[in-house]
Design a protein around this ligand. Structure first.
Ligand code: CP
Length: 355
């Protein structure tokens, strides 16, 4: 199954992943053989939110394929600051480029942008919703370092409420065999109900716990995440919860010898510096794998023809009440819903409560 845009990792098939990873392995084995494969192609890099890894790894991935890059990492330098809509920005940018990479603080922004794009659009993170290319990075890391994905217990630790990387990772791992999860978080930052519903519906085995220490001995993968300060509405709540988990070298004494300690990064204080030298800590290697899988993705996306989008027609008002959904500040977007165990917003996937 092929895809036009990469918006939600749940949209991709196992076959699609296997073909992308196979290309990634070829690139990792001989990167120079691909150094002209996107010559003449242009990537637009639209970062409405800060980034180090995703932004730079996409940019360097395109450069290593021989392509060029333009874009911004500060939206205040663009006409968005004068009130230009996301739709118009995307219409312009897609006229100038062959592929768009976009990060945005609103949930569902990537889906909204894809409606107006003539070229493939890649979601580089949309609020607390999804981060599909981080997941491709994570799958690459696990595949490369464990020799395959499956038959493992994965600990997801930290801010499971706001962490888009863990949401995307669970959607992706559900396609692989025999995976159990320890969901480790304070109750206030537990995995959202819609994700737990997804896990139950798809037969994913999980337990929800609050203690990192007691979970560690069972884990094959520990996926640490930071408490996401920028997603808190109440700063006092952040102050109360920050620092709730700190992985130290001493705590790892009880962990398996072949544990993989992963983290999408950036870290704040949830992994002590003394863990960095432990051979089980693979988070910096993980970031480098991210560049190679993004090379494979860009290579694939740049082969696709330019297509004039047909924006769906719709009438009425948006019913989504998620305060951080893209539809809240962009009422001109077509009203789109989908059925997934009840009516959901097609942009941010949140349930629509009808009375
Ligand atoms: N992992 C990740 O998305 O990092 P950045 O926010 O630095 O891109």
């Amino acid at each position: 199954m092929d895809i036009r845009h990469l918006i939600n990792i749940g949209d991709v098939s196992l076959e699609w992943w296997e073909s992308l990873y196979s290309l990634c392995r070829e690139i990792m084995a001989d990167p120079h053989a691909f150094s002209d494969s996107c010559r003449g192609r242009v990537m637009a890099s639209l970062f409405f939110e800060p980034s180090t890894r995703t932004c730079f790894s996409f940019q360097t991935a395109m450069m290593r394929l021989g392509g060029s890059v333009f874009g911004f990492s500060d939206p205040s330098s663009t006409s968005a600051s004068k009130g230009e809509t996301l739709a118009d920005t995307i219409r312009m940018v897609s006229a100038y480029s062959d592929v768009i990479v976009m990060r945005h603080p609103s949930e569902g922004a990537a889906m909204a942008a894809s409606l107006y794009s003539e070229v493939p659009l890649i979601n580089a993170g949309d609020g607390g919703h999804m981060h599909p290319t981080q997941t491709l990075t994570d799958l690459t890391t696990i595949s490369a370092l464990r020799g395959g994905i499956g038959d493992m217990t994965v600990g997801l630790c930290g801010d499971l409420k706001n962490g888009r990387t863990v949401h995307s990772l669970v959607l992706a791992l559900s396609k692989f065999p025999n995976i159990s999860y320890c969901l480790i978080s304070p109750r206030e930052l537990a995995m959202p109900d819609y994700m737990l519903d997804f896990m139950r519906k798809n037969g994913q085995r999980f337990i929800e716990v609050t203690s990192l220490e007691s979970s560690l001995p069972q884990l094959d993968i520990l996926y640490m995440t930071r408490i996401q300060r920028e997603r808190f509405i109440d700063p006092l709540e952040y102050e109360r919860l920050k620092g709730v988990y700190v992985l130290t070298r001493r705590k790892l004494d009880r962990a398996k010898p072949d544990l993989l300690i992963m983290h999408p990064l950036p870290r704040v204080d949830e992994i002590a510096q003394d863990v960095d030298d432990d051979p089980r800590a693979v988070y910096f290697e993980q970031a480098r794998y991210g560049m190679f899988i993004r090379m494979a993705l860009l290579y694939q996306m740049c082969q696709k023809p330019r297509i004039k989008p047909a924006v769906p027609e719709s009438a009425g008002e948006h019913l989504c009440r998620n305060p951080v959904c893209i539809t809240q500040k962009n009422p001109y977007l077509p009203v789109l819903t989908k059925e997934d165990d009840g009516l959901c917003c097609a942009y941010c996937d949140k349930k629509i409560l009808t009375i």
